[in-house]
Structure formats: structure tokens, C-alpha cells
Write a protein that binds this ligand. Sequence first.
Ligand code: PLP
Length: 375
Amino acid sequence: MIYADNAATTKLDEDAFEAMRPFLLDEYGNPSQPYSFSRVEKKALRDARSIIASCIGALDDEIYFTSGGTESDNWAVKGFVDSKDSQMIITSQIEHHAILNACIAMERLGVPVCYLPVSGEGIVESESLQSSILKGTKLISVMLANNEIGTVEPVATLAHIAHEHGSLFHTDAVQAVGHIPVNVKTLGIDLLSASGHKFNGPKGVGFLYVKRGTKIKPYIDGGGQEFGLRAGTENVASIIAMAFALRKNCDRMFAVSKRLSDMERDFLQVLDQADVDYIRNGAERHIPGNINISIRNASGERLLHRLDLKGICISTGSACDSVNTQVSHVIRAVGVPDEYARGTIRISFGADNVKSDAFEVAKALIEILGKSETT
Ligand code: PLP
């Protein structure tokens, strides 16, 4: 099997698994309890918070553990704005549905939301934000890297514009953290979402960075965990594994991204040599290993299933319901022509892939497309 869908999820790192193991079996104390049996969990949580903070240039008390990217995004969108304030939210047309649907929920409460268009490369341009931002804009949320086409957004510039107008800036960095250098202070942002399973940590755990002094409302009410803002007994084992995986991914980031860029080149070279008619989507600055292509007169869905039969996992640029296949909102927003759009697939190589995987996937693809290799 070749797994080439690392933007969907990644394999749990084995060392991270070993780090979490004792907390699933022997060290099961509730970190909120005062007795000595819980001291190990309490300390492990503190250390995990500190590791994560250091990986993104934050302070320890700016990290709030959550159940993953979706919760972090919902909390960021819903944690500031009240319908009675009639304050606006600005986001982009290519956000993940965790942001888009949270924004739609806010619209139902009477909060106006503006969805910024993007360039053909999927970039949110600063002029577009400048012309949409109003005095009452409370929150601007633009992702750091897009999950379909991998485009890295000019978040530092956008955050600067937000602050000039007195707005808060959130970024969904679920696809970026652990894959490209992320420093919340250099980016100048107020909030950032991340998710453990996207960087070889466990599923169902993530965090929200909230800049010190930012007044966010609690999202889940209950006990006093997470500085009284996110209630619920902490998922100790997963938090520890997430911190471990993030540290490891940050340490090996440079070497891994170099290998992934080489794999992108190798993959596309095979396609070019076989004369495949495709458009590569995304921008020059993108998440390493992300290859989003739209193949002329092809069906992404059919390619996915044919590759699956050969033991290869990839993704499409579409969302299917029982009746038809819809081209994804991202592929629409970047303006891929119709004859290519339906043939969109996303190959996302990750730290666990080896160099030969690029050739294997490309060869399988051209075989399915009925093209012969010229090499
Ligand atoms: N945001 C982005 C950009 C994502 O890619 C994803 C997951 O695919 C999410 C949010 C949701 O994260 P999670 O799966 O941890 O809920």
C-alpha cells in the first residue's frame, strides 16, 4: 500500500505512541486531582503545553488544548462575536468547512460575514482585504495553508492590515503546523488552530493559540480546565503524544521538506514525460509534498477508485453526494476551467513516504490514464 493522502491524516509516530502509552495504562490519574498519584499527569500536561508553545513561538499559557482542528476553528469564530454587537467577520472563500460552516452558523445569528475571493493560485490578496474591512470588523480568519491546494497565505501581511483596523486575526494552521516554520509572534496573529493528527500525532486532539490578553469566551462550559476557558478532563495521553510528534516534526522539518520537494518534482516529471494534459493548482509557496492537479477530461473520483484498486490512497478535489459529484469550493474559487476541474486529484506525500513512492504513484496514474511512459 502507498499512502499518499497525508493532508487528510498522518500515521501516528511510533515514538509519540510510546510516549503516550504509560498514560493510557498506568498513569491514569485525573490531572485536576490534588493527590500525589496525579502529579505525574499534571507535570506531563505542563511539559506538553510548554513543548507546543516553544514549537510555535508562543508562551505556555497561550496554548489551550482542544479536541482538534474543528473545535479550535469553531471556538475562534464563535468566541468573540455577538449578534447584538452587529460586528462583522471576514474570512476567505477557500477555508476548510470547519471555518466556513462556523461562519454560516454565525450568519444565522445575524452576524454579517464577508467571504474574500482568491487569486488563481489561491492567494488572499491584501488589496481585497483592505477594500472589505470595515470599522466594525471584529474578526478576520484566513488559513495559513490550504488543505486542498497547499497554498501558503500571506498571513503576516493580512494580520497587519487587521490590526491597523482594530480587528483580531485568526489563522487556521491545521495544514501548516509541523510542516512549515510557524511562529505566532513573527506572523503577528492573535489566534491559531492546529490539529495533532496532521503532524503524526493522534486523532481527536489539537490546540488553539490565544494571544495573552485576548478576551475569548469559553466554548465548552463545565469545570475549570484550560484556564477556565475549555472545560472537560484533559485527553492527557493524546496531548502528550501530540507534543512529542510536533517536537519531532519541527526538528526534522528541513530534511523532510527537502525530500518532499524532490518527490513533487519526480512525480510531475513522469507525468510530463507521458504528456499528461494537466494544470497544477496552488502557489509557489505551498505545503511540501502537496500536489494538486486537474487532469483534462478525467474524473478525479474514477482515478481515486482505480488507484485504490492498486493499493494507492489519494484524494479528489470534489465532494460526492449520492447523486452527483460537486467540484470543490476551492477548485471553483481558483477558477479551474470546467474541462479540467472534474479531473482534480490531490496527492499529499508526507514524512513516512519514500522517494520511490513518487514514481510508483505517477506510474500507476499514467497507466490508468492510458498513457505510456517515455522513459
Ligand atoms: N482545518 C483544516 C485546514 C483542515 O485541513 C482540517 C482537517 O482536514 C481541519 C481544519 C479540521 O481538523 P480536525 O480533523 O482535527 O477536526
